[in-house]
Ligand binder design. Structure first.
Ligand code: 4AD
Ligand code: MG
Length: 471
């Protein structure tokens, strides 16, 4: 349907041609002389209006009530100009086959508008709705554009492991990997690993501790220090028990790593990348973006056009703190040099202080950032950057990495981190170390930003949040 209706003439050049449509019935209206069946095949928001008279093969299916909302059908016909105002073409049906019936009394997606909360409880059927099919296509386009951007710029895609022993962010928010076996009566149980007579689940990956990765960065760095620019793009996991509209326990992250690069190169890459993918969806997902502009967030297309065309605001963490203090706004959380910015602060900065532009904040206090970030000459801050956008808040977190062995070892010691676990990471600083930098972009937050969808649970097919791992 997209191929026909998405074309410049909205399908008129197909008039007179034969066509087979396979899809799901959205509505079926039986009138005295003709029946109108609206079919959607998921390729776009538009349905194909199929017009059927009672002499056509398969009309008995209409009479028997088999053509209901949600049923899957195969319809052959001829493309004809449409009488209706809503579309240029329609299909004059020559044959109708119902492939899979859909009981109208229990099919949960009826024409009336349903809430997104309700749709989360039927995550297996929600892709049949306009909102979720549009989100899914835009998500796909963003993923494609991501690969396109990095490939066109000479980056190599590296697959980082999902099971790992190291905690990249050092925040202790990892899920532990444990082994399961089936015993004689086919119930599932864990293999107990014992330590001092107690079960020690942290030893459970074949006798060693292992976790689900929070970030592919450290592994990515090893490849950047050999192949030059690389990127990862895969699922990552955080065991933070936060129930917000921007946090998932399982989310996808894009992590480029640039060799022979500093923080300025990193920020330039993040800016170019974000502008590229936003531009890509504006140009290639027009119908879906119009839908979001009308139904989800009014004006989003104009705002995204600005993102593509205007340069981003940059300021230091210290200046951001000053700005927040001078704003005299009553924030719930304290504003003080040395404390992390909370989402209310980030919102103020992006939405009010700089009128909706993306903002990059750099040079954060080292105490609130991860161990691997490069120390600045002031010995108080690190070469870190966060890119904030309106509504979503932190979209990107990145930094220049500490490439000096002595500094890195000292920092690990300071933070009481186990140097043995990071032996391979330290090796990169022993053998041909180079300045390098990178960032991580939360892919679901990017989809939120591009579509205007306010809850992160609604931009990933099967959201994983505390208490929800069905489907
Ligand atoms: O700021 P974070 O924790 O940075 C890192 O993981 C670095 N290792 C990245 C790097 O330099 N290679 O996470 C990066 C981004 C955040 O800015 C946010 O967009 C997203 O990942 N993110 C989440 N998205 C959804 N749910 C969560 N729980 C997220 N935690 C982080
Ligand atoms: Mg961060």
């Amino acid at each position: 349907i997209e191929e026909l209706k998405g074309g410049p003439d909205e399908g008129l050049s197909w008039v007179g041609k034969g066509l087979t449509v396979r899809g799901w019935v959205r509505t079926c209206r039986v009138q005295s002389s003709v029946t109108f069946i609206e079919v959607n095949d998921g390729s776009c928001l538009s349905n194909m209006q199929c017009v059927m008279t009672s002499d056509v093969e398969g009309y008995d299916q209409i009479e028997s009530g088999a053509v209901t909302t949600g049923a899957s059908v195969l319809i052959d016909g001829t493309v004809v100009p449409s009488q209706g105002a809503k579309q240029k073409i329609e299909l004059k049906v020559t044959q109708l086959v119902v492939i899979g019936r859909s009981d109208p009394t229990s099919y949960p997606i009826q024409k009336k508008r349903v809430t997104r909360e309700f749709l989360r409880s039927i995550a297996h059927l929600r892709p049949r709705t306009n909102t979720f099919s549009a989100v899914t296509r835009v998500r796909n386009a963003l993923a494609y554009a991501t690969h396109k951007f990095f490939q066109e710029n000479g980056f190599v895609w590296v697959s980082s492991p999902i099971i790992t022993a190291s905690d990249c962010e050092g925040a202790g928010e990892q899920f532990c990997v444990t082994t399961m076996i089936q015993n004689d009566n086919f119930t599932v149980s864990k293999i107990p690993a014992t330590k001092d007579g107690k079960i020690d689940w942290s030893q459970d990956f074949f006798g060693k501790p292992a976790f689900l990765t929070v970030s592919g960065q450290l592994n990515g760095e090893t490849y950047a220090c050999a192949l030059s620019d690389i990127y990862t793009f895969g699922p990552t996991f955080r065991a933070e028990n936060s129930n917000t509209s921007r946090h998932l326990a399982e989310f996808w992250m894009i992590e480029p790593e640039l060799a022979f690069a500093d923080l300025n190169d990193d920020m330039a890459c993040a800016t170019a990348y974000l502008q590229y993918v936003v531009k890509y969806v504006l140009e290639n997902c027009k119908e879906d973006m119009e839908f979001f502009n009308t139904w989800i967030e009014k004006g989003i297309i104009n705002r995204l056009n600005d993102v593509v065309e205007k340069s981003f605001v940059q300021l230091s963490y210290s200046d951001a703190i000053d700005l927040l203090i001078k704003s005299k706004k009553k924030f719930e959380f304290p504003v003080k040099w040395g404390l992390d910015l909370q989402s209310e602060h980030e919102r103020y900065i992006t939405e009010q202080a700089f009128g909706g532009s993306p903002v990059i904040i750099r040079d954060y206090p080292k105490e609130i950032k991860a161990f691997y970030m490069r120390q600045n000459d002031d010995a108080k801050t690190v070469a870190a950057m966060d890119l904030l956008v309106p509504r979503v808040g932190e979209l990107i977190g990145g930094s220049q990495r500490e490439e000096r062995l002595d500094y890195l070892e000292a920092r690990l010691e300071e933070l009481n981190l186990n140097k043995e676990i990071y032996w391979w990471y330290l090796d990169l600083r022993r053998f041909g170390s180079v300045p390098h930098a990178g960032f991580g972009l939360g892919f679901e937050r990017l989809v939120q930003f591009a579509t205007g969808i306010d809850n992160i649970r609604d931009v990933i097919p099967f959201p994983r949040t505390p208490g929800s791992a069905d489907f």
